[in-house]
Design a protein around this ligand. Structure first.
Ligand code: SAH
Length: 231
């Protein structure tokens, strides 16, 4: 198998990435194809689809190997399940699968080809091994059930920004449209480890999103962003 391209993602680190795609619709990124695959003919007709499947490598966790049983965060982190019964990144083959929204295809003057996507849950630099159209008649199974993680996680945090950040947010929005909404959607999910969720703590957390390093604290059911600095 060959890597065909890499993801450019607003998530510059794993911390704060939602657990599945489409939970944060304002996450926008693109796949840039490697020279051997920078042939726009490969994407001919792709605009016919609203969504695409991405098959990728969990490159940031691959070296840690795998175990037969894992503790999914989604189940509180204290219940064990078979790895193949979960979407854990620690798998015998570190292959990820995400359905994302198609935005557009772009060909740069230097010949590079980019496929723009939305709603992704991949970290910056993720290697892509395949892309397939999402075909509703086959892929949507309305009677499908899932006893675990049946519903999307609820976003429980009110996200607020310190008043001093008003001007900075205007600049951020110019460089990355809907940046504020993007941050709200990301932080509303409470990115802290599962055992801390629902609890206040005094720690100042940092997270790298798009071109910025954000610092925030969880205060009750409120997430307060205190600083936004250039990376
Ligand atoms: N939708 C995919 C991913 C689910 S796991 C699937 O079902 O296969 C989601 C987690 O993968 C995110 O919380 C993020 O932290 C992690 N992740 C994203 N890109 C990764 C990468 N390249 N390497 C390792 N982990 C990654």
């Amino acid at each position: 198998m060959q890597i065909i391209g890499h993801v450019s993602s607003p998530y510059k680190e794993k911390f704060s990435i939602p657990r599945q795609p489409n939970l944060v619709q304002h996450a926008k990124g693109y796949i840039e194809f490697l020279p051997d695959f920078s042939d726009i003919d490969m994407l001919c007709g792709i605009e016919a689809y609203s969504h695409l499947w991405l098959v990728f490598i969990f490159h940031q966790t691959a070296e840690q190997g795998w175990k037969a049983k894992v503790r999914p965060q989604r189940l509180g982190g204290n219940k064990k399940m078979g790895v193949l019964a979960t979407r854990s990144t620690f798998r015998p083959n570190p292959i990820g699968l995400s359905c994302v929204a198609f935005d557009k295809v772009e060909k740069l003057k230097n010949g590079k080809v980019r496929l723009h996507i939305e709603g992704l849950d991949l970290v910056d630099g993720t290697p892509i091994v395949d892309i397939k159209p999402y075909v509703p008649y086959a892929d949507v199974i309305s009677q499908a059930t899932s006893a675990f993680a049946a519903e999307a996680p609820v976003s429980k945090m009110n996200v607020e920004f310190a008043e001093a950040l008003t001007d900075k947010l205007v600049i951020c929005e110019q460089k990355y449209s809907n940046f504020k909404q993007f941050v709200i959607q990301v932080l509303a999910q409470d990115p802290r480890p599962v055992y801390k969720q629902g609890k206040a703590d005094n720690k100042m957390y940092g997270v790298k999103l798009v071109y910025w390093n954000l610092q925030f604290k969880i205060e009750g059911d409120k997430c307060m962003v205190y600083s936004i600095e250039d990376i």
